[in-house]
Ligand binder design. Structure first.
Ligand code: ZN
Length: 263
């Protein structure tokens, strides 16, 4: 995209913003707040786990499908578990309970939507998008530089976006083969294009609906395709509203309380 735009920039000057979200987990209040805070973007990439844990599975799928800029939506492991294409054997008891509840709620349309998703796509020449990791798109957690280092062998593009851990992260591979993990806070900005000559990246925007980095605010990222800047952002949302709906649905207490702490 950038190479193309550099070539034709004299005729094509409109900005291109891409919103990147992941792990919504049926939390509509968080999803609405993120899309509001993000502002207009030309494309929206969702890295999977639209459902599971939260109280609004159909509402989140409908809301996403109604976004005219939705360009990519992947499937995550709880999504797949809900429609019966992945096992729940390794899930915690609470997660299993949430999967069973979500199965009962899911409309035929929502089931069909999830069934059409993939867990990994190569997008343009520059981006690979995977729910969990390029090596194991549904299950592997990229939580360390060692795991990230191995995963750089499993995609060809300069940049891979992943979700799944619910923790925003920047892993970067340079010369000879150093992988570094950069802490990502609210308003962290990565100047991707300047660095791409020497480095490749695995980037995680964090989780919209169930953050696990001790910051309970919803997480997302915006890529400015003109400048190559990636902005990692957080936005507060009405956590209590989601918790009330979870209580009404009798979802497990631990899943309700953890939203207060972002863990
Ligand atoms: Zn998830």
């Amino acid at each position: 995209m950038w190479a193309l735009r550099a070539t034709i920039s004299h005729v094509m000057i409109e900005p291109m913003y891409i919103g990147i979200i992941s792990d919504i987990h049926a939390n509509l209040a968080a999803l609405e707040s993120v899309l509001r805070a993000m502002g207009p973007v030309e494309r929206l990439w969702c890295l999977g786990d639209v459902v599971g844990y939260g109280p609004d599975p159909n509402e989140c799928i409908d809301y996403l499908r109604a976004q005219p800029n939705l360009d990519v939506c992947l499937i995550g492991n709880p999504d797949a578990a809900v429609i019966g294409t992945a096992s729940i054997a390794d899930f915690s008891a609470e997660a299993q309970q949430a999967v069973h509840w979500t199965r009962e709620q899911l409309s035929a349309c929502s089931r069909e939507f999830l069934g059409e998703r993939r867990a990994l796509v190569a997008h343009d020449a520059e981006f690979t998008l995977a729910h969990a990791s390029p090596r194991d798109p549904l299950w592997e957690y990229i939580t360390s530089t060692d795991i990230a280092s191995e995963n750089f062998l499993y995609f060809q593009t300069p940049v891979c976006f992943v979700g799944h851990t619910h923790v925003p992260a920047i892993f970067s591979l340079g010369h000879p083969s150093i992988v570094r993990l950069q802490a990502v806070r609210h308003a962290t900005q990565l100047r991707l294009r300047d660095a791409l000559a020497a480095r490749r990246y695995i980037l995680n925007p964090g989780s919209v609906g169930q953050p696990r980095d001790s910051d309970p605010r919803a997480a997302y990222a915006v890529l400015d395709a003109e400048t190559g800047n990636v902005q990692f952002q957080r936005v507060a949302y009405d956590i209590a509203a989601t918790q009330r709906r979870m209580q009404a649905a009798r979802l497990p207490a631990n899943l309700i309380y953890r939203l207060d702490y972002g863990w």
